[in-house]
Design a protein around this ligand. Structure first.
Ligand SMILES: Nc1ncnc2c1ncn2[C@@H]1O[C@H](COP(=O)(O)OP(=O)(O)OP(=O)(O)O)[C@@H](O)[C@H]1O
Ligand SMILES: [Mg+2]
Length: 138
């Protein structure tokens, strides 16, 4: 079965101030597959990934040229809801970044802000299952 296209990156150049970090990058990423980016330190992997949910915009004086489409939509379109985009395009960084609250509350946070659990009992169960599957419960 042929997989569908999830992400299409076309002719992307990216700049930190005057310094260009990405040069004419084009890449199609299929849905429902694992795609890995491999390359030496500083080659632009993290810069590229941060383009996919517009996190680079949080860095002052950066500039993008080219096109990034997810599910056929240009995510750099003026009409894009960036909060909704970042909810769909999640990222896990090499350095963890817990919020300054308990481990329980860190795990429960996403459930709470997205209204994904019916009651405290359900949050308790999901937090335990999640921590157990990450070998952190004990
Ligand atoms: N916030 C920033 N401001 C200015 N330049 C940056 C910034 N972040 C990255 N760069 C530069 O952009 C280039 C690409 O860096 P990037 O962090 O994307 O590489 P990487 O492939 O993720 O490296 P690593 O394997 O070390 O994580 C490097 O030259 C880096 O110095
Ligand atoms: Mg990196």
């Amino acid at each position: 079965m042929e997989g569908s296209l999830k992400i299409r990156v076309g002719n992307v150049d990216f700049y930190y101030g005057p310094a260009q970090a990405l040069y004419d990058v084009s890449l199609d990423v299929p849905a429902r597959q694992v795609t890995a980016l491999i390359g030496p330190s500083g080659c632009g992997k993290s810069t590229f990934l941060r383009l996919l949910n517009r996190m680079n915009e949080l860095i002052p004086d950066t500039r993008l040229e080219g096109r990034v489409e997810i599910d056929g939509e240009d995510i750099y379109d003026n009409g894009t809801d960036v909060i909704e985009l970042r909810r769909r395009v999640g990222m896990i960084f090499q350095k963890s970044n817990p919020f300054p609250m308990s481990v329980y509350e860190n795990v429960a946070y996403g459930l709470r802000v997205n209204g994904m659990a019916r009651d405290r009992g359900e949050i308790d169960r999901i937090v335990e299952t999640t921590l157990r599957s990450a070998a952190l419960w004990d």
